[in-house]
Ligand binder design. Structure first.
Ligand SMILES: [Zn+2]
Length: 340
């Protein structure tokens, strides 16, 4: 099918209604209690009638962000409905079928916005009215080429009073068409003796930490140093804890360090890594510490206090990371050295 014809078919879904849902239960104390316990929210206004009565609300309220919970149908029911094909297909099912048939089989939720008109109280019973708000043209994303589908859900009481609404956006994409995959497709740095494996997760680059990863690309282990009082700091942050200055410059570390602490990670296993995976908290001789892999060392020989030296993991064209291996000559921890 030509692209423009496919897009026209997708666009035809914009504005179409999706079958509404009616909450199986009224807003109730038991669901609220379990929800706030799971979330660790200790505000008494949700669970303590006396405290709630004394509050501006005058009675128990449900956490606003529970909005979606009241009409949730449960995983079993939701998947059974779609899988069995019984009953008339909703516009949403039709749309998802259309994009899946075209190869956009993977899904990731991208964002959710909620608005609240009022707090919900015990005894409120909700229903929804939903509409397909928009379907985007094909977009290239890091995950793959795909279409963003945005759904608008209006929440009302069964008496018809609006209480809130939600915009929910998903990306339906073609697996294996992401930017990373495309880059590695021809002549990528896949080792001849190893099966292709997913790339390592990308670090979250910020204006504060970008220098660290840029330095790593050149095999330089950099530490932030305050330009006013010369205090070193890591992880990177915008301001000196010691004197408050925002001025800083990078200092290249010698790469000598000691294992201050470590863990050996067994689970969960991420495909880009080998397990068991020893991760060290390395104290550099300059005095700052960083978290890094310990390599070239049998697991039973990893020890707190052992002398290590920086080495480099050249993960791919864009990502190089410091790791630490046992040092050929030993040195003691900076804290011990300072005492002698
Ligand atoms: Zn300072």
């Amino acid at each position: 099918m030509p692209d423009d014809e496919f897009l026209a078919q997708l666009k035809a879904f914009e504005g179409r209604e999706i079958a509404g849902l009616t909450a199986p239960d009224e807003v109730n104390q038991a669901m609220i209690r379990h929800w706030v316990q799971a979330m660790g929210d200790t505000n008494p206004v949700y669970v303590d009638a006396d405290a709630a009565a004394a509050s501006v609300h005058g009675q128990i309220i449900a956490p606003a962000v529970m909005l979606q919970a009241w009409t949730s149908q449960g995983l079993r029911q939701t998947s059974a409905g779609r899988a069995s094909g019984t009953g008339p297909m909703s516009a949403q099912d039709e749309l998802l079928n259309l994009v899946e048939t075209a190869g956009f089989t993977s899904v990731v939720a991208t964002n959710c916005e909620q608005e609240y008109d009022r707090m919900l109280h015990l005894g409120d019973r909700l229903m929804t009215r939903s509409v397909i708000e928009s379907v985007s043209e094909e977009k290239q994303t890091g995950l793959g080429v795909g279409h963003f589908i945005t759904t608008r859900v209006e929440y009302l009481t069964t008496d018809g009073e609006p209480v809130g609404r939600q915009l929910f956006r998903i990306l339906k994409f073609k697996p294996g068409t992401g930017r990373d995959t495309a880059a590695a497709g021809d002549g990528g740095a896949v080792k001849a003796d190893a099966a292709p494996r997913p790339k390592r997760p990308r670090p979250g680059i910020t204006p504060d930490n970008a220098f660290f990863f840029e330095g790593a690309k050149q095999h330089k282990l950099l530490i932030q140093q305050c330009s006013a009082c010369q205090t070193l700091r890591h992880p990177p942050q915008p301001r000196c804890d010691h004197c408050g200055s925002y001025e800083w410059h990078p200092l290249e570390a010698s790469g000598k360090g000691t294992v201050y602490s470590y863990v050996v990670n067994h689970h969960p296993q991420v495909p880009a890594f080998d397990y068991p995976l020893p991760i060290g908290l390395i104290e550099l001789e300059e005095g700052t510490r960083l978290v890094a892999e310990i390599v070239d060392c049998p697991l039973d020989q990893v020890q707190v206090g052992m002398a290590v030296m920086v080495t480099w993991i050249d993960a791919d064209d864009e990502l190089r990371l410091p790791a630490f291996k046992p040092a050929t000559v030993s040195w003691s921890a900076p804290s011990e050295a300072a005492n002698t």
